[in-house]
Design a protein around this ligand. Structure first.
Ligand code: 2AM
Length: 500
């Protein structure tokens, strides 16, 4: 009996679930699959009869659980939130001690903390694993961010390391070219144990927050090239393709080049000119920003990226406002090539600040939740498989290898130097954006972050004065030790002052 049992199981056969199951089977693992709607299970198994590991379709949760080797390992890939809880609830009575439930959905990290605790109290084990890379990643190699009990992850590790994206250990570049039934071989897997309970899903959320920032910054570079320099989509496509050969080398820059060069099959115009300018979102960028506010960690650039999507979504209001509100109407006449170069520098510097903010969030969260995160490793597992994969991440890994306790990415010698040489251009671009009335919220917010972070004395002395004036909130003094609080009776201008 046991030799016919499956290594692992998967519940939820939407696209991500199907692709992850096929990826697992391609690596020679026999996998049982279950879906609430059985016809989907049957169709999926029938459509994929010859995978190296083999797919076992199960019509009931009972037969699914019985088909798994012990300790049983089962991945849930249903909608995050309520549906995940429902599936766990139906699974629990069917499981035995030490069985391992793995949530591969986009769960909130605090839900994962709760679920891990609830299952642990029942003698079961729970892994919350971030899975990044979309449908393509799930099929041919995602970046995987597992969190939970370390010993439970050891059981899952062979599967997770097999199916994760692989990078060349020498260059850090993703190894590509996987095909159905023929995964890539060799390379370093883009997965590592992140930490206890919700750590994996937390890191996945930060990944998504950073992704929001990266995407918005690219859009601002595009808006500036279009608005200031009047470049065509095709010309910009060439520029992004060129940028992809240097320090900005990344998946998002690469696809941006392709998108800008794409023609609309209907009109023959650049497709990007036809696509409506209202962005959707699923919530992980918002969670990152809310969490930043909750913990009091400055992550303004990531939050600006979320707000930029919100502003884009109020299209009708903007169209109406565009007829009423005036801005500058001059046109730029200068050295276009120099400005393209300056925009590239602004993008790179802003990106450094946005990543610095993401890592600051993880640093604070590890204190809050008593995790010990390995930041160099986190950057390493983001080098392949996921949406933010980039050559740049290698530099972050190196920065944390130089100093595991680095206070801020900006202080690492490589990043410090990068910003030093590029900041004149960055300031020029933010200045031009203001002068010509082109919104560049993440470029300018990142620059303010940089300038605030490097300022020893900010104007919040005045703010403390205001707080003490109207609310007796007290202030500390520069000439006294920290932690001693003072208050004065501020003169009230509305009351007549007595002559001394
Ligand atoms: P379905 O095919 O039966 O709708 C993504 O929606 C996946 O999650 C689908 O496989 C879907 O199953 C599954 N799903 C959604 N809600 C669920 C629930 N409450 N219980 C089990 N599976 C669910």
């Amino acid at each position: 009996m046991s030799n016919t049992q499956s290594e692992i199981g998967l519940i939820g056969l939407a696209v991500m679930g199907q692709n992850l199951a096929l990826n697992i089977a391609d690596h020679g693992f026999r996998i049982s699959v279950y879906n609430r709607t059985t016809s989907k299970t049957d169709a999926f198994v029938a459509a994929n009869p010859n995978t190296p590991g083999g797919l076992v379709g199960c019509a009931s949760l009972e037969s699914f659980v019985q088909s798994l080797k012990r300790p049983r390992k089962m991945i849930i890939l249903v909608q995050a939130g309520w549906a995940t809880d429902k599936v766990i609830e139906s699974l629990v009575p069917l499981l035995d001690k030490d069985d391992i439930v793995i949530d591969g959905g986009n769960a909130r990290w605090d839900d994962t903390i709760r679920r891990e605790k609830e299952l642990r109290e029942l003698g079961l084990r729970f892994i919350g694993s971030g899975v990044s890379g979309g449908e393509e990643g799930a099929r041919f190699g995602p970046s995987l961010m597992p969190g939970g009990e370390a010993a439970a992850y050891e059981e899952l590790r062979p599967v997770w390391e097999a199916i994760a994206a692989k990078v060349d250990p020498a260059t850090g570049k993703p190894l590509e070219g996987a095909e159905p039934g023929k995964p890539v071989t060799g390379g370093v897997a883009c997965t590592a144990f992140i930490g206890p309970n919700g750590a994996g899903h937390y890191v996945k959320m930060i990944h998504n927050g950073i992704e929001y920032g990266d995407m918005q910054m690219i859009c601002e570079a595009y808006a500036l090239m279009q608005g200031l320099l009047d470049l065509s989509a095709t010309e910009m496509g060439e520029i992004f393709a060129d940028w992809n050969k240097g320090s900005l080398d990344s998946f998002l820059i690469e696809i941006t080049a392709d998108i800008l060069k794409q023609k609309d099959p209907v009109t023959g115009q650049p497709l990007v000119d036809i696509i409506l300018d209202t962005a959707g979102q699923k919530g992980t960028g918002k969670w990152t920003s809310v969490n930043a506010l909750d913990m009091g960690v400055p992550a303004p650039t990531i939050s600006e990226a979320v707000f930029a999507r919100c502003l884009s979504a109020i299209k009708e209001e903007r169209v109406a406002a565009s007829k009423v509100l005036k801005g500058p109407s001059k046109s730029f006449s200068g050295d276009k090539a120099a400005i393209v170069e300056a925009i590239r520098d602004a993008l790179y510097c802003s990106k450094i600040c946005s990543y610095a903010q993401g890592f600051q969030l993880m640093r604070e969260a590890q204190k809050e939740y008593d995790w010990k995160l390995n930041f160099g490793e986190i950057a390493r597992i983001w080098r392949g498989g996921c949406i933010i994969r980039a050559a740049f991440l290698q530099k972050i890994t190196e920065a944390f290898e130089r100093d595991a306790d680095l206070a801020n990415l900006l202080l690492d010698p490589y990043f410090k130097q990068s910003v030093e040489v590029a900041q004149e251009n960055w300031r020029k671009v933010v200045g031009l954006a203001a002068e010509y009335g082109i919104a560049a919220p993440t470029f300018s917010s990142a620059l303010s972050y940089y300038d605030s972070y490097r300022t020893a004395r900010l104007p919040q002395n005045l703010l403390q004065g205001q707080r003490d004036y109207f609310g007796a909130h007290t202030y500390e003094r520069t000439d006294q030790p920290r932690g001693k609080f003072y208050h004065i009776d501020w003169p009230d201008p509305k009351r007549p002052q007595l002559e001394a």
